[in-house]
Design a protein around this ligand. Structure first.
Ligand code: SF4
Length: 676
């Protein structure tokens, strides 16, 4: 029996089924397509806390004489329409930028990207830019598709998991508990590459504590072991790849021990890891932001991809390259065109045939020039970018070099923030529009392994707030004269008409299960394992590539340490939602800086001391946790808190291909806070 309130967890990319309980007092799991026993992690279980939270925005706010005051929807939209009209007339459509949301539905993201394109700009991006844009770029280049190659179900058949720069035990806990752990208990081996011991490491057979920024030497050395020890799948290499001779020659010139040393790992451990991976019948890679968030993030993943191509570990069950996606709809936000370079279905905006096909459905042709990416746009605020619409994102906390970001937001002529809480970014808004949370939405989201799952609205947004879908429809009409379908199902049908990846799906077909892309028109089901016969590249083959290491953008002086950041179980991204959960704040109310005992002793730091972390970009203070879990020379904290706002310290050097910032390597000084 279909229950009317089955929805999807608003947090990570696992996509657990979630609903409110009968008393409307808490969130509970339902047996969704991913959490098949109805299990939830602590974040999902606390998701009701944000629905009836006292700080929810319930009415539009408009800035008057420097102060945000309550307004009617009419007043708020009049102001938005007037300012967008003026700015576009004076400066052109590329003077506005849209932050769309990987925390919102496919249909909402679709509406906003279509609005931007009707206005005449491709200036739209979402926080996929900040997490896996480099992974998507590298996988797109090599395989022809930038998403998980395999399904969670078939990945249970792997003989070995190589987990690089990810901590699924904390960051994708239901995947870890329900898919990976059972496999590990049945004998699957786990190699964990991460500068820090964390809950995933506890389940590992081998831990390679790589120095942040030195993944390329490590992965090249692993590839060299695979070639040196005759572990190459020669048939696969001959039939499905190109470039082997060049790579073999390059790897033959590598000093494996020296590269392991450069990466900061034990050469014998590295050799053993390469043997385990290379000898496995089925070896699967999971990759995360430890790999992607570098100014060489695309090259990191390019190097990683050599391993499955050398060993024939693509296109069959229990193999592949599987990026663990962050937010509940970060996959979908890109799928539906919430990116500056692609239309729905990852069709390039520069492709005249694709634009014409989309124009057949839309009635207008989208612009042909790729727009700005998220950080590029922020850097141009006050110059060519004069207005921003920030939908369900909190860039004042999530973008690197936060002091600079704050100064840039001050330069905007006009800023709209559309969100459920008064976020840190809303402090810079001229108009704030109240939004809706998971229980108040209908539509679809697409999880990390390409499953499209439905959300069902069964609660009205509080006060005068409206659903995000309704707000975006009116926004589209007011600023772009765009009439859009009246229901999420209508928008989903339009999405299917313009995106070949979703063409064969249907709302009813998804039901309380899921449908997985690619699902072409006329197919009876989606595709679980990609690239089984050929790659979606022009040549149908995948190139092997020689990739050279480049040093991190931030040079580290003698007295400095490398700051790297990540997530913990209890919080999510900027913390705009999870920091408002009483349960989660009781579990983890404040941040700490993990520092190795030797680095702490060198600085006179004791466990629990308040420490100051500083560099030329900013200063924050936080309590120290002295622990050997982090490697010497590296310190770790999270990016979940507005205080301390760790992104004051991170740099905004960008990967040249994907334009992802180097969050994972910042040079910092750490000292006892004089106010201690
Ligand atoms: Fe939500 Fe992810 Fe936890 Fe599932 S694992 S309950 S999707 S945060």
């Amino acid at each position: 029996m279909v229950e009317p309130n089955e929805s999807v967890c608003p947090y990570c990319g696992v996509g657990c089924g979630i609903k409110y309980d009968a008393d409307r007092e808490s969130a509970v799991g339902w047996k969704g397509p991913v959490n098949q026993k109805g299990e939830l992690c602590p974040k999902g279980a606390a998701a009701w806390d944000v629905v009836e939270h006292e700080e929810r925005l319930t009415r539009p706010l408009v800035r008057v004489n420097g102060t945000l005051v309550e307004a009617t929807w009419e007043e708020a939209f009049d102001r938005i329409e007037r300012e967008f009209d003026r700015i576009v007339a004076d400066h052109g459509p590329d003077s506005v930028f849209f932050f769309t949301s990987s925390n919102c539905t496919n249909e909402e993201n679709y509406l906003l990207q279509k609005t931007a394109r009707k206005l005449g700009t491709n200036n739209i991006d979402n926080c996929a830019r900040l997490c896996h844009s480099s992974t998507v770029a590298a996988m797109g280049d090599r395989f022809g598709a930038g998403a998980m190659t395999n399904s969670l179900e078939d990945l249970m058949e792997a003989d070995v998991y190589l987990v690089t720069g990810a901590n699924p035990a904390e960051q994708h806990p239901v995947i870890f508990r329900s898919y990976l752990l059972p496999a590990l208990k049945s004998g699957t081996k786990l190699i964990h590459v991460d500068p820090r011991e964390n809950p995933t490491t506890k389940a590992a057979d081998i831990h390679l504590p790589v120095k942040p920024g030195f993944d390329i030497p490590l992965l090249n050395a692993m590839a060299a072991v695979i070639v040196e020890e005759g572990l190459v799948d020669e048939e696969f290499v001959a039939e499905r790849t190109t470039g082997f001779e060049d790579l073999r020659e390059y790897l033959a010139g590598i000093d494996i021990d020296a590269e392991a040393d450069r990466a900061g790992v034990d050469p014998e451990d590295l050799r053993e890891a390469a043997r385990i991976y290379g000898e496995a019948g089925r070896a699967a890679i999971f990759t995360g932001m430890g790999m992607s968030q570098h100014h060489c993030g695309t090259d990191n993943v390019q190097t990683l991809i050599n391993l499955p191509l050398l060993t024939g570990n693509v296109g069959k069950a229990g193999t592949g390259v599987n990026p663990l996606r962050g937010q509940n709809n970060v996959q979908g936000a890109g799928d539906v065109g919430g990116l500056p370079n692609v239309l729905p279905g990852y069709q390039q905006v520069t492709d005249a045939v694709a634009r014409a096909a989309v124009a057949e459905v839309w009635g207008f042709e989208p612009p042909a020039t790729p727009g700005l990416t998220e950080v590029e746009a922020t850097h141009r605020f006050g110059d060519e970018v004069r207005a921003a619409y920030v939908f369900g994102e909190n860039p004042a906390v999530t973008e690197p070099n936060a002091n600079h970001v704050e100064a840039q937001f001050e330069k905007l002529d006009f800023c709209v923030v559309h969100d459920v809480f008064p976020t840190e970014t809303a402090e810079f808004a001229d108009v704030v529009l109240p939004g809706s949370v998971w229980a108040e939405k209908s539509g679809t989201v697409t999880n990390t392994d390409r499953q499209v799952i439905r959300m069902r609205q069964n609660v009205a947004p509080p006060g005068d707030a409206r659903t995000d879908f309704d707000v975006l429809r009116e926004f589209a009409q007011r600023v772009a004269g765009l009439d859009t379908p009246e229901t999420p199902e209508g928008v989903f049908d339009e999405l299917r008409a313009v995106s070949p990846l979703y063409a064969g799906m249907s709302y009813d077909g998804i039901g309380t299960g899921s449908q997985r892309w690619p699902f072409p028109e006329g197919a009876t089901e989606g595709t679980a394992i990609l690239h089984t016969e050929q790659f979606e590249t022009g040549s149908k083959t995948a190139p092997l590539r020689v990739v050279e290491h480049v040093d991190p953008a931030d040079p580290v002086e003698d007295d400095e340490l490398v700051l790297t950041t990540g997530r913990v179980l209890q919080h999510f991204n900027s913390g705009a939602l999870t920091r408002r959960s009483g349960v989660l704040m009781r579990m983890r109310g404040e941040d700490v800086l993990q520092i190795h005992p030797d680095d702490a002793a060198d600085r006179g730091i004791e466990d629990g001391d308040r420490v100051r972390i500083e560099n030329d970009r900013g200063t924050v203070t936080v309590a120290a946790e002295v622990t050997p879990a982090v490697r010497r020379g590296t310190v770790f904290t999270t990016f979940h808190y507005a205080d301390p706002l760790v992104n004051k310290l991170t740099g905004d050097a960008l990967d040249p291909t994907a334009k992802i910032p180097e969050y994972k390597h910042s040079a910092v000084r750490v000292l006892v806070d004089p106010a201690n």
